[in-house]
Design a protein around this ligand. Structure first.
Ligand code: CTP
Length: 228
């Protein structure tokens, strides 16, 4: 929450739960399915929230980034672990920002031993859907003494960007969807810059111009606090 007193912005500290990075879904003891998420945007959001005086629990998939100082960090590997970590902590959260690139599918069977190339001429891996963490927050009952958290989702799209994003916002029922065009090489995965479009549940659309992820993160945290 933000309040202006004598032109000075006072911040009411809030409890943020942020997810970041990719998940890894094991195939066998040496292989996994994953994606190109570096975790930079989620970590930038965690730092920006801390800098603004908020409390942060950061649920992080495997990334090569230093933990933001002051965040309570929960390290996970698989989508199931991320799901459980979020649900174990969502009761305390006032704002949930789900920035992680969670794998949508995982192997139905995890082979206990390394798959050897000589075992077969070709191999099919059956994939089953993972649990959708963002969607699962939509139908959470309100806590006994408090409000449901404000939920912010991210959308990584390569085509029909805004059409897909509108559909995702409606389906996932979040207050705000932050849209990323990941088909562009200069923004999104693994880069230090991004360009975002914000889709609010109210119908408002607001672009955030090309900028450093740190700058965008600070702007986003301010905006999120106005809808909290
Ligand atoms: N998400 C999640 N759990 C999943 C998959 C996605 O919480 N199992 C969240 C992401 O953290 C993000 C949002 O859902 O906030 C949208 O993720 P995205 O990958 O863009 O979309 P999907 O839901 O995976 O849908 P699609 O594959 O059709 O684009």
């Amino acid at each position: 929450m933000l309040a202006a007193v004598c032109n000075v912005w006072l911040v009411t500290p809030m409890k943020f739960l942020i997810t970041a990075g990719p998940t890894r879904e094991p195939i066998d003891p040496v292989r996994y399915l994953s994606n190109r998420s570096s975790g930079k945007m989620g970590y930038a959001l965690a730092r920006a929230a801390l800098d603004a005086g908020h409390e942060v629990v950061l649920v992080s998939g495997p990334v090569c980034l230093a933990a933001p100082e002051g965040a309570a960090i929960v390290r996970v590997t698989t989508s199931d672990e991320m799901f459980d970590a979020v649900h174990a902590r969502v009761g305390e959260a006032e704002v949930c920002v789900l920035c992680a690139a969670v794998a949508d599918f995982r192997p139905a069977v995890v082979e206990p031993r390394k798959i050897k190339k000589g075992d077969a001429e070709s191999r099919r891996i059956e994939l089953v859907p993972t649990r959708d963490i963002l969607l699962s927050l939509r139908d959470l009952p309100p806590p006994k003494n408090g409000r449901k958290p404000v939920v912010v989702g991210f959308a990584a799209e390569t085509d029909d960007v805004m059409e897909n994003a509108h559909r995702k916002l409606r389906a996932k029922g979040c207050a705000l969807l932050v849209v990323n065009d990941v088909s562009r090489a200069d923004i999104g995965f693994e880069t230090d810059e991004n360009e975002l479009t914000l889709l609010f549940a109210s119908g408002e659309i607001r672009p955030l111009a090309f900028s450093k992820k740190d700058t965008l993160a600070a702007e986003l945290i301010k905006i999120i606090c106005t809808i909290s």
